[in-house]
Design a protein around this ligand. Structure first.
Ligand SMILES: [Zn+2]
Ligand SMILES: [Zn+2]
Length: 297
């Protein structure tokens, strides 16, 4: 049955890229919506918000700009899987490794996976319309020990507030957030990241020097990510000069000035939160907010 399905599945070449356009690839996948992919709740996939399509062979992913070798790689634990992300914009593109290690003397190339969130829009692959599978990676040993936050508590007083701590995957960046309980009443904006919008005084970050920052468009919102493991951490609202502000449309300028006191956090990095239990809302920022043009070589 499985073989029959495979032979009938039409393959299509999809173009994917990071956000800044330094890395662009073509990958051959079953045509959407029959591209079966899954969300995984393990310590790294849940932080990344990646949706992996696997197993692929290395020849199924062809870089047309940049290459696999110069993407930043991150692996952990028994180091059998390597996650690759763009060093400039932090977007996670590819992972490769062995679900079963080769036996001694066996020469087998690793399985590859592609992050479907990096597939460019306009090709008919819409993650929100896909029936995603679920992989319970969190239950696989060894258990992940979240790095402990050891810095000061955020100064803000929040009525009925609760202190949450979290970190990127490698622990180079750790955060504390004091906010109303993150439960069903919370509306977090879902993209690859899940955002909440606390004030600056509600958030403390340890290891901020380990963050890479990527800006685009208005350059007002710096998307930060751990330079070691690539996990998106927060939005660093940039102080724009009057000249930069003057170049923005009135809407974007007001939006930017109105956000100056915020320190938005990707709650995928907080400990003890089941993001599936949140009342998330989806914002079609791609067509509503952005003037983004998909990078081409
Ligand atoms: Zn990039
Ligand atoms: Zn890290």
């Amino acid at each position: 049955m499985a073989a029959e399905q495979t032979s009938e599945t039409r393959l299509k070449v999809y173009r994917g890229s990071c956000h800044c356009g330094a890395y662009i690839f073509d990958t051959k996948l079953p045509e959407a919506p029959s591209v079966d992919a899954s969300e995984c709740n393990c310590s790294i996939c849940s932080r990344m918000g990646a949706i992996w399509k696997y197993p692929l062979r290395s020849e199924d992913i062809k870089f047309v700009k940049g290459d696999l070798a110069t993407l930043t790689g991150y692996s952990f634990g028994n180091k059998v899987i390597t996650f690759k992300f763009c060093p400039k914009c932090g977007i996670s593109l590819v992972a490769f490794g062995y679900s079963q290690l080769p036996k001694e003397g066996e020469n087998r190339e690793p399985d590859f996976a592609v992050n479907l969130r990096a597939i460019q829009q306009g090709q008919g692959l819409d993650i929100w319309k896909m029936d995603l599978g679920f992989t319970d990676g969190a239950s696989l040993p060894p258990a992940y020990e979240p790095p402990a936050y050891t810095g000061p508590e955020p100064k803000a007083e929040v009525e009925g507030g609760k202190l949450y701590t979290g970190s990127c995957h490698c622990g180079a960046v750790r955060v504390a957030v004091k906010t109303k309980p993150l439960d069903k009443t919370l509306t977090a904006l879902q993209q690859g990241c899940l955002w909440i919008y606390p004030n600056k005084e509600q958030v403390e970050i340890q290891g901020e020097e380990n963050l890479g920052t990527y800006t685009f468009g208005s350059h007002a919102w710096g998307k930060t990510f751990c330079k070691t493991c690539g996990i998106p951490v927060h939005n660093q609202i940039q102080a724009l000069t009057d000249q930069q502000l003057g170049k923005l449309s009135e809407d974007v300028r007001n939006f930017t000035l109105g956000a100056a006191h915020l320190k938005p956090i990707n709650i995928r990095i907080l400990n003890g939160i089941n993001t599936k239990e949140l009342n998330d809302s989806r914002v079609d920022g791609y067509s509503k907010l952005s003037t983004f043009v998909e990078p081409q070589p």
